[in-house]
Design a protein around this ligand. Structure first.
Ligand code: CMP
Length: 223
């Protein structure tokens, strides 16, 4: 797909006119990253913003004992690497390719030029950062207020937001969920069995189906 078309599908750039899109498109470069490669290292200086064209990446913190905490999983149309460009601080986390990934890269000076020339990008950026903060707030709340059952319920509700007709086809392992909610793979597997036995979710060959959204929301203490 031509770069302007790809950019139009990215919420951050969706409201731009053709001339504005063309300007941004001329500044970005496409790069491929193989599965499991580290795209950004925590604490490195930041020199570019990235947009995911294909594949998934995870935003992670890695503890001194090697344990990983997954802060977010980003897919097609999402962007990352903006924080260091905005506050001039080092990278806040590692970003690692979960599949072979294709990304568009916008260098720091081109990002700042785009913001100067096209203030609507700044509005899109603020909107996306607000959404990210909401998600982070939900997670902090869940870590403090919910048991593992509720936290796992929240993960599936979260994933279902981007799923068609309640079927979540995104590949998410129990190990990954454990890394998202601060638990163990064994506990997550046990919880998944309970959720299925109680009819809140249905595990099918195609993915996970939300079977009882109301009960799932109650488990996650959502209205
Ligand atoms: P930066 O700090 O430049 O590099 C790491 C990137 O990970 C960061 O910018 C954000 O783009 C992204 N990131 C950090 N924390 C989160 C989060 N909680 N949710 C989604 N993305 C994040």
């Amino acid at each position: 797909m031509p770069v302007p078309e790809t950019l139009r599908a990215v919420p951050l750039f969706a409201h731009l006119g053709p001339a504005e899109l063309a300007r941004v498109a001329s500044a970005v470069r496409e790069r491929s990253y193989p599965k499991n490669s580290v795209i950004l290292f925590e604490d490195d200086p930041g020199d570019a913003l990235y947009v995911v064209v294909a594949g998934q990446v995870k935003v992670v913190l890695i503890g001194e004992d090697g344990r990983e905490v997954i802060l977010a999983v980003l897919g097609e149309g999402d962007f990352f690497g903006e924080m260091s460009l905005i506050d001039d601080q080092p990278r806040s986390a590692h970003v690692i390719a979960m599949d072979d990934a294709r990304l568009l890269v916008l260098r720091r000076e081109d990002f700042h030029r785009a913001l100067d020339e096209t203030p609507r990008i700044a509005l899109g950026l603020l909107r996306a950062l607000s959404q990210r903060l909401r998600r982070a707030d939900d997670k902090i709340g869940a870590l403090v207020l919910l048991d593992v059952f509720g936290r796992v319920a929240q993960v599936w509700l979260d994933l279902s937001e981007e799923a068609d007709d309640g079927l979540i086809t995104r590949r998410v392992t129990h190990h990954m969920i454990a890394q998202m909610i601060g638990s163990t793979r064994e506990t997550v597997s046990r919880t998944m069995r309970t959720l299925a036995e109680r009819g809140l979710i249905e595990v099918t060959r195609k993915g996970i189906r939300i079977a009882d959204r109301k009960a799932l929301r109650a488990a996650a203490r959502l209205p």
